[in-house]
Write a protein of this length. Sequence first.
Length: 326
Amino acid sequence: MAVDGGTKAVVAALLANSGIAVTKFAAFLLTGISSMLAEAIHSVADAGNQGLLLLGGRKARKAATEEHPFGYGRERYIYAFIVAIVLFTVGGLFALYEAYHKFHEIQTGHAELPQGWMRAVPLVVLGVAIVLESFSMRTAVVETNKVKGEASYTQFVRRAKQPELPVILLEDLAALLGLVFAFVAVGLALLTDNLYWDVGGTALIGVLLVVVAVVLAIETKSLLLGESAATDVQERIRSALGATAGVDRIIHMKTLHLGPEELLVAAKIGVTPGATAEHVAAAIDAAEQAVRGSEPTARAIYLEPDIYRPDYEPAPRPEPPAPAGH
């Protein structure tokens, strides 16, 4: 459901942003208002980002190979991280540059407001864009509500293992706020015949996109580094292991997401002292089946049998070697 919902939200955002980008570029060519150009580039960046998310989802479905034995599930994280970079550079930094460029044009007397009927063009385009972006945002919210459970939207963005929905939520939120900033800035510029309002709106859009891009990069970097399973998932796995005949206790356990729907489980389990190799092997097989039954995303399971010794202390981990030349 999470994958289908994420794909649906991505496609809805892609269609909305593609149409919005065309109308914004047309409005900019007619009026020369920099907020419109900043918003047009923002929509192009968003549409490109949604294409990247779809590409990442497709590549993540490739079968495991000898070189990549755990598969390609993290492709989705890599492309989500690229989305953050694109949003930061193509969206945020370009808008900040455009604000500076417009400010310079005003200072040198080369900037002019549209006249006549063209004064209404940017406001009409921005109003239509707000409506279309609201539909895209609604789709993302509806699909998110199906999977986030009791978590708040902030918690969902921070804890979600599937990158598509959090990315679309933040992008759509940034898009709506950016459109509001642009609408207010352009409206004030036209009412007061003061293009500095346009400069301020463009700069606000740039700052907004940079902030959203940084948040996305931080959250996606955590997924790329490797996150453990959620607490409730770990508890289900522990319960399944603990309830297996022949498993006396869980000495320690670690989990790692190989992809949004692929989980690696590694655990050292205490078996009954004196148990035969046949009994230990049967206990491990039963434990693996129990884990997969309790958590279907547990694809790679490695269980190490041991005798529990309360006074045993593992050897300390060796320090990494110093860099050459030190």
